[in-house]
Design a protein around this ligand. Structure first.
Ligand code: FAD
Length: 444
């Protein structure tokens, strides 16, 4: 019988055919690229990743008069973890990662105000709270607004760059190689050239980024990325013919979103139909359920190739979790008319260097992303803004004083606090949650 267990002679291979250990070794051994060529008058930056951080980076580079190209793997649209799935023909609509976001920083507030004016986002007025296993729900009044994409998160992402003139978007495109020669970064996708650039931005993380950086000539950047730890979360999208039997304790309105406590398989549930289409009175109810990070870890498989048996097991396990959370008798949850399960293998950062951005001026390369400041939509936007301004300052300095522009290459990582689905900065909800869970009281 073939022995598939990883051992020294036969180390476990990643999905790219390279063992994790060999990727790490390569990254540490590689020689640092040092650019000494003058920076041209009209430089162009490549941004690899079209999630919130990459998009905001491009937007802010344009504000500083700098051209960029955003490369993103998204087949259906931009946004990364700002994902919305639309299932035809009904259609069923689900935000399948970020559910809502909060605002604590004035720079992000300014941007969100612009989106509000354009109708791209609006406040989520629905009841949100904490749901204890057994159906005890405690609403938490918002201490600051909760924002959602008006038509979902992905349409917001797709609109962020719609009025730009100096940003080129290439999608779907998976940048698989970075090579530095003749004073430029040369990008390619499986052997096909994707252009030459004066500086690069890595606006994604996880296995993909580790692999890309392993042979790039950027050991300082690669080392930072490798220190990042990420959780895994299962998302279950389920549509029900009728409203779910939500306990109406404390509030007269049924909740639309709940952080679930005390259920292994469930950390969050939200009625996306009520959230996105509050005036819709007919049609199926689309719910997004997220597992806990612990359940994600326990049931982890390659996300691009989820075995059917695992998909079935997780679907059943999470639906049972919904019953437990709502305090319903086993087997009494109405049968969904549609389900789809998906693993976010690199869901959320669990540690952070706590810096707005990382920049290696010798290699003319930077990193932005949620994980640099925490784990939220706001953190990713702030990181994108920060890196754009940093790169603009560097490029406009002519590149002659590189040492002045080193950023974020040495800070220690600290654990990230918050919910399994991220942080909600500016919302007292987040701060108070950890202290109040033990003392929740519930009118039944
Ligand atoms: C399940 C879940 C629920 C969440 N809920 C919330 C919430 O309610 N509120 C909140 O504030 N935050 C939430 N978050 C976190 C939030 O979604 C993220 O913090 C944020 O969207 C991250 O943006 P980013 O730009 O840093 O990265 P990403 O969104 O991951 O963007 C990276 C992009 O790069 C692309 N990419 C990767 N490799 C390559 C390559 N080689 N070439 C080209 N493109 C590439 C990816 O496909 C992706 O589109 C949630 C996250 C998850 C997973």
């Amino acid at each position: 019988m073939q022995n598939n267990k990883p051992n020294r002679k036969n180390p476990r291979k990643s999905s790219y055919g390279t063992s994790r250990r060999s990727i790490l070794k390569k990254s540490l051994k590689q020689e640092q690229v040092v650019f000494s060529t003058p920076i041209p008058d009209d430089p162009i930056v490549a941004i690899i990743g079209g999630g919130m951080s990459g998009l905001i980076c491009a937007l802010n580079l344009e504000k500083r008069g700098i051209r960029s190209t955003v490369f993103d793997t998204g087949i259906h649209g931009l946004g990364g973890r700002l994902g919305t799935r639309v299932i035809d023909p009904q259609p069923l609509v689900f935000d399948h990662a970020a559910q809502y976001f909060t605002v604590s920083d004035s720079r992000f507030a300014e941007l969100v105000d612009e989106w509000m004016e354009k109708g791209l986002v609006r406040e989520w007025q629905g009841v949100i709270g904490e749901l204890e296993a057994g159906g005890c729900f405690l609403p938490v009044p918002p201490s600051s607004p909760r924002y959602i994409g008006t038509n979902g998160m992905r349409p917001l992402a797709d609109s962020i760059l719609s009025q730009t003139h100096m940003v080129n978007i290439v999608r779907p495109c998976w940048i698989s190689r970075l090579d530095a020669f003749n004073g430029m970064w040369h990008l390619s996708e499986n052997g096909k050239s994707r252009g030459q650039f004066d500086a690069i931005v890595i606006a994604h993380n996880g296995k993909c980024a580790n692999r890309l950086l392993a042979t790039s000539g950027l050991p300082l950047i690669a080392r930072r990325m490798k220190s990042l730890e990420l959780s895994s979360i299962w998302a279950l999208l389920a549509a029900f013919e009728d409203p779910l039997p939500i306990p109406s304790t404390v509030t007269t309105n049924p909740f639309e979103g709940a952080f679930v406590k005390g259920v292994d398989a469930l950390s969050w549930m939200a009625n996306n139909t009520q959230k996105l289409f509050p005036s819709q009175s007919v049609g199926p109810h689309c719910w997004t359920f997220f597992s806990t990070a612990a359940y994600g870890k326990k049931n982890k498989v390659p996300q691009e190739n989820v075995p059917n048996a695992t998909a079935e097991k997780v679907t059943t396990g999470m639906l049972e979790g919904v019953e437990i959370a709502l305090g319903l008798p086993k087997g009494s949850l109405p049968r969904p008319i549609y389900t789809r399960v998906q693993l976010w293998g690199a869901a959320l950062p669990t540690n952070t260097p706590g810096v707005p951005c990382i920049f290696d001026p010798q290699g003319r390369a930077g990193i932005c992303g949620d994980w640099l400041l925490g784990s939220s939509v706001e953190a990713s936007a702030l990181s994108g803004m920060s890196l754009a301004n940093h790169i603009a300052d560097y490029l406009q300095s002519g590149g002659t004083r590189p040492d002045e522009f080193t950023a974020g290459l040495n800070n220690e990582f600290q654990p990230v606090t918050g919910y399994d689905i991220g942080q909600f900065p500016g919302s007292e909800f987040t701060e108070s949650t950890e202290q109040t869970t033990d003392t929740l009281t519930c009118e039944v």
